[in-house]
Design a protein around this ligand. Sequence first.
Ligand code: WTA
Length: 659
Amino acid sequence: MSNTKTPEAKLSSVMEENRLFPPSAEFSAKARVNAATLESLRAAAAEDTVGFWAGLAKQHISWQTPFTIALDERDAPNYRWFTDGRTNASVNCLDRHLGASGDKPAIRFEGETGDVRIWTYTQLHAEVCKLANGLKSLGIAKGDRVVIYMPHTPEAVIAMQACARIGAIHSVVFGGFSASSLRDRIEDAGATVLITADGGKRGGHIVELKKAADEALSGGCKTIEHVIVFKRTGQAIAWNEQLDLDWTTLLAQQSERCEPEWVEAEHPLFLLYTSGSTGKPKGIQHSTGGYLVNAAVSCQWVFDLQASDVFWCTADIGWITGHSYVTYGPLANAATILIYEGAPTVPDAGRFWKIIQDHQVTIFYTAPTAIRALMRLGDEWPEAYDLSSLRLLGSVGEPINPEAWMWYHRVIGKEKLPIVDTWWQTETGAIMMSPIPGATPTKPGSCTQPLPGIFVDVVDESGTPVEGNNVGGYLVITKPWPSMLRTIWNDNERYIKTYWEQFGNKVYVAGDSTHRDNDGYYWILGRTDDVLNVSGHRLGTMEVESALVSHPRVAEAAVVGRPHEVKGEAVFAFVTCKGRRPEGEEAAALVKELREHVAKQIGAIAKPDDIRLVDNLPKTRSGKIMRRLLRSIAKGEEITQDISTLENPAIVAQLQGKE
Ligand code: WTA
């Protein structure tokens, strides 16, 4: 598989990939965007990029006060969009559909245990208003931060929308993160309310959310004044009379109407913490107006979203994909979304396909890691279900290897459905590069080209654009766009340093390396910073290292990525111990303990797949850890690099696990 190779080998493997899949005439005929429309969109965007976005902002978003300023560049790279306009995200996602689509299902929900619930737009609106009023009754107002730590159920969407309705800034923390990750995020955001649940149901287990929340709060989070608890599982939980409020009781006292708080376009809609090159996750701050524009428009361009669609994005609400393509984009388009709470293989490997059949899903958007995992379980699973409702497939979160792409195309798409491989990031807010399903010929493994209004380039080490095609380098975005991150919460310096400074504050540095092929198509090769992509989830190597060294037995740790058939990348840790290096059973026991320790510090997704206990880490004479050497070792490659600068060359055999 190409994803188990080095960047160089990966590049040559994708370059051998020359299959081309033109859009089907049948799809193009009905599509919102065909080749001719795409061409005119691109032409309009090239001619007047800011005017192009301003036009879309007026067309797709309802404004209480229309904007007259489209882009304010005075504090670039802190760009501002639609600054004198006022709007509200929840009104755009709910109120404006109540007339024509009030009785239309907004959410079809299926729990892991098979319970199904449906919310029409009218019902969803009422619930959102009740929670919004509940928050207001607790004194929550515009600009206050609310952390949401919920299972993947509609209540998570309701919580987000309720915050948006009153101008509170939400920060969703993925339910798989540990108590200590939750605590860090609450503290960094200075949140006053936490919305959580007793538990969630996933993988046949109960995820103990309230217990983790209690643990987080017991060690800090002094700003939290209230904890709203939704009862999902009904399990016994500890109850703190000072803080805890029952969701149902709180909502029962509230009106189904809540006047929205009209906020300026730049008012932060949410923070979402993501991993970077340091041990501390960064709170990516998104705006209200600009964010909504890209989230809404991309649904129409990329997913060809139509009124009759049932749109299933499998991402958890805790990730950016769950924000833009579960909560905000599809609802802004009055679509019906499907939310499934659980794991893809419960009770068996046919669950996803059965859901598609039962709910007549038309658009299915998932991650390559899920595609690879389902592919390995055998074609008989999808073949046992009627998938004929599907009309479009999507992929997001990591490079999709051509083999997985072809399986998706052949077995799920029956060789006729378009596949959109969408490249974007937490920071970009919405899809930046993707095929347009009715217009762009696709190539397995390529996200093809930027969307209209998005301008990307390839630059070299010095930031100089690499001319022509069949070239590679750093991926940059050369013009601002409405849904770009505004800053890092409480750390604008880090914002500038991370995304702009490297190439003179002129272009946005994505942190990915890319190849542009002879047709001008982009192929994402991977991250250029110390960030791993494990099962489509971003994980900072430094975060895992800090988790490891917080264990009393650990002296030093170095974490690198290793290619993994299903996860894309796996976490590989080299660890030195305080005192003697344990061996045999003692070593095995410590490794097990360290894996659990990392899960406790960060969350199960960060558990290292491999931990190798060694006497020393490979360092240069100036004391720098030789990460490139560790990466080669983790991959099991021959050591070809120069190790003459290594302080302790004898360590190599031990690092390789040979002694
Ligand atoms: C990677 C997820 C290749 C990339 C929306 C990016 C991809 C990081 C793709 C962002 C894709 C995302 N092809 N790589 N289609 N989509 N990536 O912030 O490395 O969780 O920088 O946002 O995922 O991850 P994030």
